[in-house]
Design a protein around this ligand. Structure first.
Ligand code: AKG
Ligand code: FE2
Length: 383
């Protein structure tokens, strides 16, 4: 696939890092298991939503301003077996978590965009959903269909009954497809939701997009300051946004945005359909192999407002993504994010949960992750 670079490189951009933890658990729920055949009303309904999502993303693809570019939305011809889900969510003040990460040891330069074979998984399960509505809290479709208790059972939710902290699951769960209210939240309580749409891009689309992302994005390997000393980030980074004014600063380092590149714009369009939200910036991470990682953190910087919707898209090697509840760090959720999977973190999740991408042995290739964000309070330009 010939995918000419269209992104400019920017200078002085980096991201703070942290120590990531290793998780040793594994649990699959029925709906979280990929490739399972729809055999009950909920799954059949999901399949219906898949068809809806395919047609909506086709519509958006036709609107692309990069219609002739090989990495553009309109070049994505394959099926998109995922749907839309969403919940309203209460607002709360985010708690700032300082990012800190393990530095990578000396690593060979990244140089494989043309030859790397991404680890594309088998055909996967489906997502489901309805449009996200920020103002009016609404039940998930699954809840509406069968009630909370049955939904929790079917989706393997780790939501705990009120006041039963000791009964909360100590084992991490696998995020199910669809939208899940994470533990600690029932109506009106803080918590947050995750929408997980496996295989929102078909394997063929995901493979093509990975190659585009590897070549068209201005990847940088940057040192950052962690606890008073400079360390290399254990991954490559890039940053794109609507406008040069949408810089992203933390730990005294500023990410100056590149313009959108065609592949990123194509992914953004599909992500916005899933999330029911608009995004004006995107942080990109390229994990060269299993030694690259991201430590525990929350995406709760003030420029995103009090309850940001964060859309995460993954391409390349499947990796574990872990959520950890601030109120009880033993409560964790895991999603295995594979090529073409989308995940949206909604509501006040960033205020109550942290997330990480742990190091893993035996990861077969590189992975690119894009986190789409909406900057609502742009930073003041440097004096
Ligand atoms: O790579 C991932 O899945 C996580 C990325 C992330 O959390 C971030 O960019 O803030
Ligand atoms: Fe994050």
């Amino acid at each position: 696939m010939d995918c000419p670079s269209s992104a400019k490189r920017c200078d002085g951009v980096s991201r703070t890092c942290t120590t990531c933890e290793t998780m040793s658990w594994m649990q699959r729920t029925q709906l979280g298991t990929r490739g399972s055949a729809p055999s009950d009303p909920v799954r059949l309904w999901m399949r219906h939503c898949v068809a809806l999502f395919r047609s909506s993303t086709g519509f958006f693809a036709g609107l692309s301003s990069h219609a002739t570019h090989p990495c553009s939305a309109s070049s994505l011809a394959g099926p998109s077996p995922a749907g839309l889900l969403g919940l309203g969510h209460p607002m709360s003040t985010p708690r700032h978590e300082q990012r800190a990460e393990l530095s990578s040891a000396a690593r060979p330069a990244y140089s494989n965009p043309g030859t790397a074979e991404p680890a594309i998984g088998p055909p996967k399960g489906v997502g489901l959903g309805v449009r996200h509505n920020k103002r009016a809290p609404r039940p998930t479709v699954a809840e509406a269909l069968m009630g909370t208790a049955a939904r929790d059972k079917a989706l393997g939710s780790a939501r705990a009954p009120k006041g039963s902290a000791s009964k909360r699951p100590r084992e991490p769960r696998l995020l199910p497809a669809g939208t899940t209210a994470l533990p600690g939240r029932s109506a009106g309580e803080p918590g947050g939701e995750v929408t997980f749409a496996p295989a929102a891009f078909s394997p063929a689309e995901a493979q093509r997009l990975l190659k585009c992302l590897q070549t068209e994005v201005g990847w940088m390997h940057k040192e950052v300051m962690v606890m008073g000393r400079l360390v290399m980030q254990p991954r490559l980074v890039a940053y794109q946004a609507d406008h040069a004014s949408l810089a992203y600063t933390y730990s005294r380092l500023t990410l100056s945005p590149d313009a959108w590149s065609p592949a990123v714009l194509a992914i953004k369009e599909r992500m916005e359909v899933l999330a029911g939200a608009r995004f004006n910036s995107c942080l990109l991470n390229l994990y060269r192999d299993g030694r690259d990682a991201m430590g525990w953190h929350s995406d709760n910087e003030s420029l995103y407002g009090p309850a940001p919707t964060i859309g995460s898209a993954s391409f390349g090697a499947r990796r574990d993504f872990v959520l950890r509840w601030n109120a009880d760090p033993n409560v964790k959720w895991r999603a295995q994010l594979g090529a073409g999977d989308l995940l949206v973190m909604h509501g006040d999740l960033q205020a109550h949960w942290m997330h990480a991408l742990p190091k893993r042995a035996g990861v077969p290739g590189p992975r690119v992750n894009l986190t789409f964000r909406q900057i609502v309070h742009p930073e003041a330009p440097p004096a």
